[in-house]
Design a protein around this ligand. Structure first.
Ligand code: 9D3
Length: 246
């Protein structure tokens, strides 16, 4: 049994090959930790030309995805599983903004159904009576929900136990939550005259840890003040900001 099963309803299943077959997600699927099923909901259009969209009632430009193929694709999932899925997420610009906290919440589920629209709107009855959740990945306009679904699956899958090497997992825990990363360097010590900070070569692990935390705090305060308010820092971290670590 996989830790998480994801059914993705899309008109463009081919868009997902690559992101889902390579690297960490591909490996998680091969290991059986993650099951991803791509379901082309055009297969559930009963009309002769397998049409999945139609003109909007009331007029206006653009087409609207019809409700029947999406409802019937979910019926198919329910019959396959012998129960109706509990979490059906519509990817759409009107959804709640995706965030690490939402990824953590979704990583606790056993089964997710993701619905991707493309180009156009979705009949409101899908939103109201089929989807149980709506997610947007940010305030910019995409051509469809597919890339958003890939982002959500990627962010959720890497939280499943066994998906990442435990090295990365440990690092995440030790460095609480949503700070920006400290600067990292590898060999060579000098490249084109650009050098590595002396502290990292010092072998003084206490000083290195303090420098890294100081750098992460400074970067976060400067670049992402929305993530961290100076006032919320512990007295130790406020003191650390004033240390000269090299
Ligand atoms: C004219 C109104 N547009 C809404 C802002 C229409 C519209 C544009 C783009 C409707 C759908 C889309 C396709 N986008 C998605 O399906 C989508 C999306 C996005 O565009 N941005 C961020 N997150 C998401 S999740 C799904």
């Amino acid at each position: 049994m996989p830790l998480l099963k994801v059914d993705i309803l899309t008109l463009f299943p081919g868009m997902f090959t690559g992101p889902f077959d390579e690297s960490i997600i591909g490996r998680a699927r091969k290991k059986g930790l993650l099951e991803i099923n791509l379901i082309n909901f055009r297969d559930f259009a009963r009309n002769k030309h397998r049409i999945v969209d139609d003109y909007p009632f009331g007029g206006g430009s653009g087409m609207v995805l019809k409700p029947e193929p999406l409802f019937e694709a979910v019926d198919f999932i329910a019959e396959r599983d012998g129960r109706r899925p509990e979490h059906i997420i519509l990817l759409c610009p009107q959804g709640r903004l995706f965030h690490q906290r939402i990824a953590e919440e979704l990583a606790q589920k056993e089964h997710l159904v993701l619905i991707c629209g493309h180009y156009e709107g979705v009949d409101e009855r899908v939103r109201q009576h089929l989807a149980t959740d709506e997610i947007s990945i940010g305030d910019y306009v995409l051509t469809g929900g597919e890339l958003a679904a890939m982002v959500v699956v990627d962010a959720v899958a890497r939280l499943l136990p066994g998906v990442l090497g435990d090295e990365a997992a440990t690092r995440e825990e030790s460095f609480s939550g949503l700070f920006l990363e400290y600067p990292q360097y590898t060999r060579p010590r000098e490249y084109r005259g650009y050098t590595v900070p002396e502290v990292l070569l010092s072998g003084d692990h206490g000083r290195i840890a303090r420098w890294r935390r100081q750098q992460a705090l400074l970067r976060t305060l400067k670049r992402r003040p929305d993530l961290l308010k100076y006032e919320d820092l512990s007295p130790e971290d406020k003191k650390l900001l004033n240390e000269d670590l090299g």
